[in-house]
Write a protein that binds this ligand. Structure first.
Ligand code: HEC
Length: 472
């Protein structure tokens, strides 16, 4: 019976009213009766009837085509149209149900979907947005970027090949508190397991490639994370919100997620307050941090356990440390005084101060270009990204534009093509493209082309994007 009605719906437009509500308000297609959703039989017909005249081959508004599963999965010029398993965060569903001022596409003069069609599309997305071959969107994606959305208790995973958000890992669903505050991520070099610091819940969590929790460890106010590619060690610095008298960096065996025992018992004493910056050299021998309070750096020799300290600058409030890929230059961002500080590194010799440069307000995280020549520095207080020549501390370019709004995290793609910058937008200086009533202060991920330092895409994320990372 259902099959016969369904065939009617496939007939040309003249007969299409057969699928509309009858006068009693009952939808003729009983979506609730569909057990197994077939993309081509149940989903595409909805888009073809109501959407493809504006989102098809001839006209693709916003660059979005809804005429095939592949095209829907590609998304629009602005980003993804849907996120598998998460209908409430999918742009298609939000456009149809949440737009302030009336649902899409009524506001552009076309008929809106029936409530039963909307519910069905949401169900299809929540069940994984599968196609006829039962594939989930981006199920084999491997160029992944992890972006913390601290105030939304989420990590959003971006596919760097398409520059779309492809998954959302919701830490409340995983059993953590809504105030757990995921802050920073580290990913295994082979892209398998990944780790996230939860400032609010005082935990570091290990997740597998299916984004399921493997185990977690309790640690007070974790901040930044660094994996040693040569061993099983994971280093954990302290959140800026930690009590000032905390002076240790955590070190755990990431295979077991247990503290490394011995002299340190899982906490390396740094002998100064609030070590937040964190950088490990490529050999895993030297770990660098900085004291947010004392404006000083510390180098920890992981073999001899010796500490070497030195001054960055009083009142500089060093936030992050970054080594050039060849290991010869070390930089600290002075979030409190607006400067970038350089040091020359030569084996076991003490780091040697090599000048500083005035960058602007609140230099935050940074990352190197693939060739090591350029350093991209987020200027959290200026809504800009500085592009610095790392050899001589000069400014090559300043990137600014829509989407850069309290920039925080920075990561360069492994192929060197893009710089990804997360933006907190806590001040609302970025206005989201669509008003869904509750997304006023949601942050962004800005994609910058390294070729010409131009912004190529602005992905809209959830509240307070902070740390970003890739497999390394
Ligand atoms: C009459 C033309 C028209 C029809 C029909 C139409 N759209 Fe659109 N759509 C637009 C225009 C114009 C935009 C760009 C403006 C905007 O984003 O508000 C847009 C934007 C969108 C976007 C946002 C893309 C982005 O990333 O910014 C989504 C999602 C979308 N449409 C989905 C749909 C769906 C689903 C349907 C069918 C139920 C549909 N549209 C039907 C004209 C249309």
């Amino acid at each position: 019976m259902r099959r016969a009605l369904y065939l009617l719906c496939l007939l040309p437009l003249g007969l299409f009213t057969a699928c509309d509500d009858d006068e009693g308000g009952n939808s003729v297609i009983d979506y609730d009766a569909i057990d197994l959703i077939s993309y081509s039989q149940h989903v595409q017909p909805i888009f073809s009837a109501s959407c493809t005249k504006c989102h098809g081959a001839n006209l693709a508004e916003a660059g979005l085509r809804l005429d095939s599963w592949d095209n829907i999965v590609k998304g629009s010029d602005n980003g993804e149209a849907l996120i598998a398993f998460k209908s409430a965060d999918s742009r298609i569903v939000q456009m149809l149900s949440k737009l302030v001022g009336g649902p899409h596409p009524a506001e552009v003069g076309s008929a809106v979907l029936l409530p039963s069609e909307q519910t069905f599309l949401a169900r299809w997305i929540d069940e994984g947005a599968i196609n006829d071959a039962k594939e989930n969107p981006y199920q084999n994606a491997s160029d992944l970027l992890y972006v913390c959305c601290q105030d939304a208790a989420q990590v959003r995973i971006v596919d760097m090949a398409s520059n779309n958000v492809i998954r959302i890992v919701d830490f409340v669903e995983l059993g953590y508190s809504s105030d757990c505050k995921p802050h920073h991520v580290a990913v295994e070099p082979d892209g398998s397991y990944w780790y996230v610091s939860l400032i609010g819940d005082n935990r570091v969590v290990k997740l597998n490639p299916r984004n399921e929790v493997v185990t977690d460890i309790s640690i007070i106010k974790p901040g930044l994370l660094e994996t040693d590619p040569n061993s099983n060690l994971l280093y954990i610095s302290r959140s800026m919100t930690a009590p000032e008298d905390i002076s240790t960096i955590g070190v755990i065996d990431r295979a077991t997620m247990l503290p490394v025992t011995g002299d340190t018992d899982g906490e390396i004493p740094m002998q100064f307050e609030l070590p937040h910056a964190l950088e490990l050299d490529a050999t895993g021998r030297y770990l660098y941090t900085g004291s947010l309070v004392q404006g000083a750096f510390m180098r920890y020799d992981t073999q001899s356990e010796d500490l070497t300290s030195g001054t960055i600058a009083q009142g500089s409030g060093p936030l992050e440390a970054e080594l050039s890929p060849d290991g010869t230059r070390l930089f600290y961002t002075g979030q409190a005084d607006g400067k970038l500080y350089a040091f020359n590194i030569n084996g076991s010799e003490d780091p040697e101060a090599a000048g500083s440069i005035e960058l602007g307000s609140k230099p935050w995280h940074m990352d190197f270009s693939a060739d090591g020549q350029l350093l991209y520095v987020a200027l959290n207080g200026d809504n800009r990204v500085a592009v610095v020549n790392s050899a001589d501390n000069t400014i090559r370019a300043m990137v600014q534009g829509n989407g850069l709004a309290m920039p925080h995290g920075v990561a360069v793609s492994p192929d060197g093509k893009y710089v990804y910058v997360s933006n907190r937008n806590k001040d609302g200086s970025y206005t989201p493209r669509h008003d869904f009533g509750d997304n006023e202060f949601d942050g962004t991920l800005v994609v910058i082309s390294t070729f010409d330092s131009q912004i190529v895409k602005v992905l809209e994320l959830a509240a307070l994007p902070t740390g970003v990372n890739i497999a390394r």
